[in-house]
Structures are given as structure tokens and as C-alpha cells.
Write a protein that binds this ligand. Structure first.
Ligand code: SF4
Length: 330
């Protein structure tokens, strides 16, 4: 059965863009594949951070993931820094990674262009990502389009390792991307991708009242100045996409009909959306509140996840050390 690995930065509580673009898909995949889902806090330290904030955000992300439906009985959920083999394998991959490949990564160019002094972590980030994936021999990596290039580099590293240290029987698989079905969630401003730093998001754990306060002013099809103006759902970047994500198919069909036929005003349409969002997200918020009230349970779940991840990671590191001749002391 192909194995899955995916990671998410500890950005604190999830927003609905993260949920629809990644986590909802993970929740489905955990029923189909052996899966490892990792909160990648080693990656987070390549950007500006404070220790207290990083600790808080890591914890909030863990609660959000568990509340969203990642079930430790079905998949492995863990924090990257609890499995130090990630950084060991990343170091072992350094001699197999051409610097030119790292320098041509679009994300490296974008991130380094914004910094006065470029730190090595930004350049080496994809090596750690390759280690994350290959440590678990993952065959499939659910990713957004912006991560496809990094995954290509993971395949280059796997190929280079196999060619040099395991020529007779490839040790590492060449992991393939699986693009997430909901690829780009537009933010409430209708302009940019939903992002916490832009402030155009709805938090996954917000109350129905807070959600409504954000939905009410969200932009819609600009041609609908009055309720009697027919609209075009495809020109409604925020509300229509959220209907397609949260509302059942017959409701989406009703939205299309009533928008084009000017039978619903945008406020009517938003109220229907709000009902369906609240129906899906309220149980998640309630689970999160229950987990927040029982921190020892979250600790235990994360410790168990790290132990299960580490059991696999240790075997990989032992094999890699052996193949690279780093086991002379044993
Ligand atoms: Fe958007 Fe609904 Fe208004 Fe149509 S009726 S423009 S889909 S909010």
C-alpha cells in the first residue's frame, strides 16, 4: 500500500484555506493509506520566530489537526523536532544535493529576495523536506502546486542516493506529488490566496457569529448592484467557492440557479453558506475546545505519534548509515 507523508508549518490555529487546501484531504487519505502527518517546526525556524510564539503555534496546530479529524488510531501525527532523525538524514543528504538545484528553487529566490542577509536555512530547506519524506519511504506526497518543484528535488536526492549507495536495489522510492483537489482558496478580499499574514482568512475555530461577521461584507459578483440584477457565480470569487467547498451539491445547484435568475440576493446566499459552514465547522471547534481543556491528552497523543514515527525513522537512519559506511563504531 503506497505510503503518504505530508507536513504543515506550525502557523497556529488553522484557517479555512489550510483546512480546505490540505487538512480535509489528509483526513480522507488516512482511511486509504498508511499516513504520516508532521508539524514541521524545524522548517519554521528558517523564518523569523520567537521561541515562545513557536511553542504556542506548534501546540495550536496540533489541536487544530486533531480536531479536524486526523485520527491517531488511523495515522501518525507528530511534531518534527520530536524525531531528530529528520535533521540527521538532511545532513546525510547534503553531499547528494547540487547547490545549483537549491539555488534555482523558486521559493528560495522569492524568500531570499525579501531578506537583507540570506541565512543557509532558506537554501537548505528542500533538503530537510526530502529527508522528511524519505525517512518514511513515502511514495505519495499531497502538496499544493507551489511545492511541486521541491518534490522534484526530493526525487533527485533519492535517485542520487540509490545510484551511489544502493545501486543493485533502490533503497528510497521516488515520491510522487498528489495535488490537493482544492488547490487555491481565495481570501475574503477576493484578490489574494487566503493567508494569515494578509488577514483575509476565516479561522477554522471561529464561532458562527465571528464567521458571519466576516462573510457578511465579503465581495461578490460586482455586476450585482441590486437584488434584481442577475449574477454570475463564476465571477463571485469568495462565496461561490466556499459554497462548492462546504455546501452539498444540490445546494450549489440552487445557488447557481438563484444567482443567475436574480431570485436570491447575495445576503440570502451568504446566509445559506453560513449554515453549511457552521454545520461542518462547529463540531471541529467543539473538539478543539475539548482538547484545549485536556492538555495532558494532547501531550500523550503527540508523544505516541513521535514514538511511532521514530520507530520507522530509526530503521531508515540505521540502514542509511550502513550503506554510507557510517557504522564503523558498531
Ligand atoms: Fe455570489 Fe451568491 Fe451573490 Fe451569486 S448570489 S454573486 S453566488 S453571493
Amino acid at each position: 500500500m503506497p505510503r503518504i507523508f505530508s507536513g504543515i508549518q506550525p502557523s497556529g490555529e488553522l484557517h479555512i484555506g489550510n483546512y480546505l487546501g490540505a487538512v480535509k484531504n489528509w483526513v480522507a487519505l488516512q482511511h486509504e493509506h498508511p499516513s504520516f502527518f508532521c508539524i514541521v517546526n524545524y522548517h519554521a525556524i528558517t523564518q523569523a520566530f520567537t521561541p515562545a510564539e513557536l511553542r504556542r503555534r506548534t501546540r495550536e496546530m496540533a489541536v487544530s489537526l486533531l480536531a479536524s479529524g486526523l485520527d491517531p488510531a488511523r495515522c501518525v501525527v507528530f511534531v518534527q523536532s520530536e524525531v531528530p532523525e529528520h535533521t540527521e538524514l538532511a545532513w546525510l543528504f547534503n553531499p547528494l544535493t547540487p547547490v545549483g538545484e537549491l539555488e534555482r528553487q523558486v521559493q528560495y529566490k522569492e524568500k531570499s529576495a525579501k531578506q537583507e542577509q540570506v541565512m543557509a536555512g532558506i537554501l537548505n530547506y528542500p533538503i530537510l523536506q526530502a529527508a522528511d519524506i524519505l525517512l518514511y519511504h513515502a511514495d505519495i506526497v499531497p502538496v499544493g502546486e507551489d511545492q511541486v518543484q521541491h518534490l522534484e528535488l526530493s526525487r533527485v536526492i533519492a535517485r542520487n542516493f540509490n545510484a551511489r549507495f544502493s545501486p543493485d536495489a533502490p533503497y528510497f522510492p521516488e515520491p510522487q506529488p498528489r495535488l490537493t483537489p482544492t488547490r487555491r482558496i481565495v481570501g475574503l478580499d477576493g484578490q489574494a490566496k487566503m493567508s494569515k499574514s494578509i488577514g483575509n482568512t476565516i479561522g477554522l475555530l471561529e464561532t458562527p457569529e465571528q464567521m458571519w461577521d466576516k462573510l457578511r461584507p465579503a465581495v461578490t459578483d460586482p455586476s450585482r448592484q441590486r437584488k434584481s440584477d442577475p449574477g454570475e457565480p463564476e465571477r463571485c470569487p469568495v462565496i461561490y467557492q466556499l459554497h462548492r467547498a462546504f455546501s452539498p451539491a444540490p445546494v450549489v445547484a440552487e445557488v447557481e440557479e438563484n444567482c443567475r435568475g436574480a431570485r436570491w440576493g447575495c445576503m440570502d446566499c451568504k446566509k445559506v453558506l453560513h449554515q453549511h459552514m457552521a454545520a461542518e465547522l462547529t463540531p471541529i471547534r467543539e473538539r478543539a475546545e475539548a482538547l484545549q481543556a485536556r492538555p495532558a491528552e494532547v501531550d500523550a497523543l503527540l508523544a505516541d505519534g513521535a514514538a511511532r514515527a521514530r520507530a520507522v525513522a530509526k530503521d531508515t537512519i540505521a540502514a542509511v548509515r550502513g550503506k554510507m559506511g557510517l557504522d564503523a563504531a558498531h
